[in-house]
Ligand binder design. Structure first.
Ligand code: 5RP
Length: 227
């Protein structure tokens, strides 16, 4: 199986959880895009669903495929969100934001009754931290946030689209990728990051995720968090 086939299989399995009339949160990234395509296929076959998107890129994709995507501004609750991740550990903690959509992804996840994560097998780790943690930063505060991240033990770098041109989020903020090495206590780090003024949001997900669908060589493994 190719990595794309693993992504597609995980995405299709998660999309099978969508029921008629649901409001569905659409994630961002390559794996989430497979879920958008799979949902659009089910809608073509007659499923009724309305969507909200975690990025302008996903909104464009969904609309282009015929999905009904409404503005999140008007929504206070989402039935089910399907999103990707950069790393996920056995406690359902994750690093997200490789695609730069972490702020909207976290807001939509917080508003969702259920959050399903879809990943290929390479994303499953014992300990988070090989993937540098994406942090969305107010441009005004970048230098100070870099210092604060360094004092927390990270090696931060500004994300760029090319040399000299910073990556901008949908909110026009910067992203700093903060290499912490292995993260022993994700909840503690999340709290410390949340207390730094100028950090708009960070990509550590510590309590939002309910289920993980892992695309593997031999099929899809489904993991459900015990409550
Ligand atoms: C975007 C994300 C993505 O879900 C994450 O980066 C995984 O993307 P991909 O499926 O392309 O590897 O958090 O902000």
């Amino acid at each position: 199986m190719t990595v794309d086939a693993e992504r597609a299989a995980a995405a299709e399995a998660a999309v099978n959880e969508v029921r008629a009339g649901m409001l569905v949160g659409l994630g961002t990234g390559r794996t989430a895009a497979f879920a958008v395509r799979a949902l659009a296929q089910r809608v073509k076959e007659g499923l009724r669903a309305t969507c909200v998107a975690t990025s302008t890129a996903t909104e464009r994709l969904g609309v282009s495929l015929g999905l009904r995507v409404i503005p999140f501004e008007a929504v206070s609750r989402v039935d089910l969100t399907i999103d990707g991740a950069d790393e996920i550990d056995p406690r359902f903690c994750a690093i997200k934001g490789g695609g730069g959509a972490l702020l909207r992804e976290k807001v939509v996840a917080a508003a969702s009754d259920r959050v399903l994560i879809v990943v290929d097998a390479n994303k499953v780790v014992e300990r988070l931290g090989s993937f540098p943690l994406p942090v969305e930063v107010l441009p005004f505060a970048e230098a100070w946030v870099m210092r604060a991240l360094t004092e927390l033990g990270a090696a931060p770098t500004r994300r760029v689209v090319e040399a000299g041109t910073p990556f901008r989020t949908d909110q026009q903020n910067f992203v700093v990728d903060a290499a912490f090495g292995f993260i022993d206590d994700a909840a503690d780090l999340a709290a410390r990051l949340a207390s730094i003024p100028g950090i708009v949001e960070h990509g550590l997900f510590v309590g939002e995720i309910d289920e993980v669908f892992v695309g593997r060589e031999d099929g899809v493994e489904r993991r459900t968090k015990m409550r």
